[in-house]
Structure formats: C-alpha cells, structure tokens
Ligand binder design. Structure first.
Ligand code: HGY
Ligand code: MN
Ligand code: MN
Length: 414
C-alpha cells in the first residue's frame, strides 16, 4: 500500500532546499531558487504521467491529456514562499495534485477529461508589489503595467521573468477559453487553527477573503533628541504608533483582519526624532463592502492622527483583490470525497488569499484545506502531518473520480 503522505513529505523536504539561506523556506519568483524548484516539480509532474512545459508567465504546466475534445480540469497552487516561510504553503498543493494523479494511474483509472497540474510562480507578492501573475495570465486579467514594477534591486518583473525563460509579451496571450476549462481545484494548508480545533485532517473552503493594501507615508520633522521640547515635536514614529493601534481597533470594530506588516523609519538613529515613517496597512474580509468601508475609514483616521501630531500622513491604496465564493457543485464533490476519507467534512472560509482567488475569473474554483499545526503559517514552524497529506491525496483522487462520474464521462478503467 503506497503511503502517499510519506512520499509527499520526502518531496517537500527535498524541494525545501531550493531556498535562500536562513530559517525556513525563502523561494522568491524568477530566482535561482525558483529555477531549482522547477527541476524538482518537473520530476513530480513526469511521474504523474504529464507532459511538462514552462509557460510565458513562469507557470510550470504538467498536462495529462484526456479524450479528444474533452475539457481540462486544473489543479495547482504556487511554488513561491514568503521570506522564511514554511515547507507547505503553496508547494504542498502542487505535490499532492501530482500524487493524486499518480494514485489514479496506479489504480488504472483513465479520467474522461484532461488534467493540468499548475505550479504558479508568484502568489505571495513579496518580490514585486503585485501577485497572482500566473492565474491572471490564464484568466486574461493580467495588467501589462505589472511588468514594469521593480524589485528592491531595481530589476523589473519583465527582466526577472525573462531570466527563467518567460516572456511578458507572450504572457499577455496566455488566456484560456473558459469553455475548455472544467474548473480549478487547489489543495492548501489551512494556515489557521480551525481543523486542528475540530480534530479533523481536511476541510472544504466556502469563500476566499478579499484583500486590500495601503502604503502610508508619515512626514514629521527630525531634530535633536536632547534639545527639542516634547510639545514642539512632529514625531513621525509617534504618529505611526498611534496609527498601528488605530488599525487594530478598526479591525475589531468592523469584525475583519487588518495588519501593519511592514514599517521603515528615518533617520532611524538613537538620538534624532524620527522624520519619516513608511508603513503598510493590509485589510482582509470575506465581505467586500465591509473591507472597502474600513479602507475609507482608514483615510479619516490618518487625517485625525496627522492633526494630533502635527505630521503629514498620506495613505494610498496599492492593491485590491475581491472576495471569491467557491463553486457549490465542486464544493459538494469535495465534501463527499472528504466524508469518505475522514468521516467529517467541515466547511470554512479562507482568511488567506490564494491562486484560486484569481482563477475564479476563468472558471469555477474549489479548495481543499489540510490541517495546520497550531494554525501557524508564513513561518518555519508551519507543519502538516504525513497522515493528513495522505488523506488529502485520497480525497483529491475521490473527488476527481466523482467529477468524472458527474461529468457523464465515468472514469475509464484501463
Ligand atoms: O497573503 C496571503 O493571504 C497569501 O498567503 N499570499
Ligand atoms: Mn499560499
Ligand atoms: Mn502564503
């Protein structure tokens, strides 16, 4: 009996070495680490009986053909990580998708549709101030302006993409015909504590939260830390501290998630009053109206704090992504499959965003969550057990079989 969870662990341990030095996994898109990962994922896709190619947007595509004229079911997630992230976020979904195809092949099952496993290059948006380029290229929603964006070394996205064999012009021509696509299935570590609290390995996602990001610049006045009276100061960091607390209260008031995740200050020396602070505010909610109302309120909060501290505060919205509902029919197939595997199939929203968020502009989407120890993610401590990953492979295989039956094309046993 093949232990699919053990194989998944082995593969994830190996690919975790495709990382910058330091704790956890740091694998940014279009980097040497990404190139190394492409080698490993190619072997997974080949073992799953797929023909493999890298598309112009840097997505590694493993296609297992189906009968002539049959549609294609897409399965995938992202290869990139945050800085010092975990072994599982994104890449586990690619590994488990390949193993589900291997499992069906081992059982002699031929599906009545084609399947493509997709390893998207950039979901996290850590290297460039954009994300989801791969899914957006397939959905035809890619904004050409993103290719001019620069990373912190001054390299453009277009240059970085070309480095691994992609091409920004051709990436804009990748959109798929939605008539050919049956749907997109993403398996992902939950990144939260719900499944662990329910003591169950798998869950089915109902909706994926929307997200917006604001860059806030706070301009004060520097001065000698020993001579400027407190009442005359225009301290940018004091305004920033007030804003961090106000963002926390905003989230509680609107029952959503809001985070000040990045902050820089200058001149950043022990004996000078901070002159400038640049920080990010990220707001997430399953309800777009609530998120946008909080974004509008943020601007008012900035104006009020500027008045209180004598500083100039400029918020600007740098990114927005709407909430996405998962497809009811695909959800029902996943629920049945999970029931077969673990006897219970909790359904839950996703506070994290995913490649499925952008794929929803192309086709119906559904997500299978895998239990996450302590709900910890975006951290080297991120952990999913072999048994839970094995359960996910079983459930995915059941779901593909059920999809085949539901789409009239019952699986053809070789
Ligand atoms: O930030 C997110 O929700 C995702 O992990 N990129
Ligand atoms: Mn992810
Ligand atoms: Mn992530």
């Amino acid at each position: 009996m093949t232990d699919w969870g053990d194989i998944a662990r082995e593969r994830l341990e190996i690919i975790s070495m495709a990382s910058e030095a330091g704790p956890g996994v740091t694998r940014l898109p279009f980097s040497e680490q990404h190139e190394a990962a492409i080698g490993f994922i190619t072997s997974w896709m080949t073992a799953a009986g797929c023909q493999v190619h890298l598309d112009a947007a840097g997505t590694l595509v493993g296609r297992r053909a189906g009968p002539e004229g049959a549609g294609t079911l897409l399965i995938g997630s992202h290869q990139d990580s945050v800085r010092q992230g975990g072994f599982f976020d994104g890449i586990m979904g690619v590994a488990l998708g390949c193993l589900a195809l291997e499992k069906l092949a081992q059982a002699g099952v031929k599906l009545p549709f084609a399947v493509e496993i997709l390893a998207f290059a950039d979901e996290e948006g850590v290297r460039f101030a954009t994300a989801l380029m791969g899914p957006r290229a397939l959905a035809g929603t890619l904004d050409p302006a993103v290719f001019a964006m620069k990373d912190d070394t001054g390299k453009t996205l277009s240059e970085a993409l070309a480095r691994i064999g992609g091409n920004s012009e051709a990436a804009l021509q990748l959109s798929r015909d939605s008539k050919d696509i049956l749907g997109f299935l993403e398996v992902h570590i939950e990144q939260g504590p719900v499944l662990e609290a329910l003591d169950t390995p798998l869950g089915v996602v109902t909706a994926i939260s929307g997200i917006e990001r604001h860059c806030v610049q706070i301009l004060g006045e520097t001065g000698h830390a020993g001579t400027v009276p407190m009442t005359l100061r225009k301290d940018a960091l004091r305004a920033g501290a007030k804003l961090v607390e106000a963002v926390h209260d905003l989230a509680l008031r609107h029952d959503l998630r809001a985070t000040v995740g990045a902050l820089t200050l200058s001149p950043n020396v022990v004996n000078a009053i901070p002159a400038q602070v640049d920080l990010t505010v990220e707001i997430r909610a399953p309800d777009d109206a609530a998120r946008e109302a909080a974004g509008v309120e943020l601007a008012k909060i900035c104006a009020q704090i500027a008045g209180e501290t004598g500083t100039k505060i400029e918020p600007s919205r740098s990114y927005a992504q709407p909430a996405v509902a998962c497809d009811p029919k695909m959800r029902a197939l996943l629920v049945d499959a999970v029931m077969q595997v673990s006897g219970q199939a909790p359904e839950l929203p996703s506070g994290a965003t995913h490649d499925a968020s952008a794929m929803a502009d192309l086709c119906p989407v559904a997500m299978l969550f895998v239990r996450c120890r302590g709900g910890i993610s975006h951290s080297p401590a991120e952990y999913a057990s072999n048994a839970d990953m094995g359960a996910a492979v079983e459930a995915l295989a059941f779901a593909l079989m059920a999809y085949a039956n539901a789409s009239e094309g019952a699986p053809v046993h070789a």
